[in-house]
Design a protein around this ligand. Structure first.
Ligand code: GBH
Length: 456
């Protein structure tokens, strides 16, 4: 239930936004010189995507971007987080730039600025150019250099109008789901041998930060997924499993950025390359730290009675040293994820406790839920109302949070789930590509208007 009380107000300058990503909304995968990505190849594998969906059309944003900017303007957000498609800008992942690709983002940025909306591009949201993927993708060190090179091209073109940059989206998910268990592109099932992909993404991030700074960027961050990890019981085995899961999903991606060290010496020793030198690049100071929050994870040791693991059924070559359990007693989104607003202050507190002054101001770069309700999505309103109240309490307790971005503006291609999960504030009819603002869209517009009214 949504509270009757008005939402508490956030400080002046707090950035309200919505997020999307290129592969999930653009479509037009063969148009105007775009090259194929790792995801274009992955979606063609039998059974990789639910209902055999692909993203050749997706929401048709590549052709409907004007309409989408108009929706953003109506919504009244301060900022729009989108991603730049590397294979659209540099089809081979290296070498010549595709002018038409850069032109597309140039027009988008201009239109956003004209609408008074700050463009917040993410340089990489999982769509690796296929030629690079075929040479090993992020398992290869060279991909980090290629990424920095691509970043330079984008920064040179858009840098004069982009106020905030995001290097990578969720390197943890790409490493674990993409290279580790094969649920996402490129479909690797390397388990712990996937870890070089983590290191090379982090290195690519650090090199990209340097490239952005060289082009005058003054506000650079990353979007990392974070969530509290809870052991199923007080028992030693469950605690150890939860600790390992926490290291792999949270600390492996935050420690190197914020402390210049990996969370575990043995792990660091197993990574390729001059890791100590790389860590200096990786820990290049950030202006802010992006947190994508969805839900906490309940972790148990695997055992004969381990129950359902999220990874069951994906044909793993070996058992993982943990099993993931459903959080009991919580409402669930359409995806089956538990609704746990208090997990947001909890993870912000953990980050502060772990990193202290080394944690820059935080931006919530994603928070959202899937529900099938086409237009009357009261549960989505309740979800965001509750998470915003929880976020406000975190701020009152000392967390320095500068913005909140909802995933997502539009219903879109939800990776391995195809079109079966709808995260949008705006409904998309996939037969006609018609957009219809949901009740949550009107709710957010009201929140943003009230705020405007309250500001001096
Ligand atoms: C984000 O991924 C992506 O950035 C975005 O592209 C995507 O569309 C969006 O979220 C919605 O999925 O392990 O059972 O506890 C988020 C990926 C979501 C992965 C929460 C871990 C926890 C489920 N994360 N999930 S569980």
């Amino acid at each position: 239930m949504t509270s009757d009380q008005p939402l508490p107000s956030f400080p002046d300058g707090f950035l309200w936004g919505v997020s999307t990503s290129a592969f999930q909304i653009e479509g037009a995968v063969d148009e105007d010189g775009r090259g194929p990505s790792s995801w274009d190849a992955f979606v063609r594998r039998l059974g990789a995507v639910k209902d055999g969906g692909d993203a050749t059309v997706a929401t048709g944003h590549y052709h409907r971007w004007r309409e989408d900017v108009e929706l953003l303007r109506e919504l009244g957000v301060d900022a729009y987080r989108f991603s730049v498609s590397w294979p659209r800008v540099q089809p081979l992942g290296t070498g010549p730039v595709n002018a038409a690709g850069l032109d597309f983002y140039d027009r988008l940025v201009d239109a956003l600025c004209a609408a008074g909306i700050r463009p917040v591009p993410t340089l990489f949201h999982w769509d690796t150019p296929l030629p690079l993927e075929e040479r090993g993708g992020w398992l290869e060190r060279d991909t980090a250099r290629r990424f920095a090179d691509y970043t330079e091209h984008v920064a040179a073109r858009l840098g004069d109008r982009v106020p905030h940059w995001i290097t990578l989206n969720e390197p943890a998910e790409l490493t674990l789901l993409g290279y580790g268990i094969g649920e996402h592109a490129p479909g690797g099932k390397l388990l712990f041998d996937a870890l070089p992909a983590a290191h090379h993404q982090l290195l690519g991030h650090g090199l990209a930060v340097r490239a952005l700074r060289a082009h005058g960027a003054r506000s650079v961050g990353i979007a990392n997924s974070h969530g509290p990890v809870r052991p199923l019981s007080d028992g030693e085995a469950d605690a150890a499993a939860a600790e390992l899961y926490d290291v792999l999903t949270n600390r492996l991606f935050a420690d190197p950025l914020l402390t210049g060290r990996y969370p575990d010496e043995n792990l660091a020793a197993a990574l390729p390359g001059p890791v100590a030198d790389d860590l200096k690049v990786i820990s290049e100071p950030l202006d802010w730290y992006g947190v994508n929050y969805y839900q906490p994870t309940l972790v148990a040791a695997p055992g004969p009675d381990a129950g359902e693991s999220e990874f069951a059924g994906v044909g793993l070559p070996a058992r993982l040293p943990f099993s993931l359990r459903e959080i009991p007693g919580k409402e669930r989104t359409g995806f089956g994820w538990a609704v746990v607003p208090e997990g947001l202050p909890e993870i912000l507190h953990t980050l502060r406790a772990r990193y202290g002054d080394r944690l820059p101001p935080v931006m919530i770069t994603e928070n959202g839920c899937s529900y099938p309700d086409p237009v009357h999505d009261v549960r989505r309103i309740a979800f965001h109302d509750a998470h915003l109240r929880a976020l406000h309490s975190a701020c009152a307790a000392g967390a320095d949070v500068r913005g909140y971005f909802i995933w997502s503006l539009l219903d879109n291609f939800e990776w391995a789930e195809g079109y079966s999960q709808r995260f949008g504030l705006v409904h998309v009819d996939y037969a006609t590509l018609e957009r219809t603002p949901k009740d949550s869209f009107h709710w957010l517009r009201g929140v943003l208007r009230d705020r405007a009214g309250r500001q001096p």
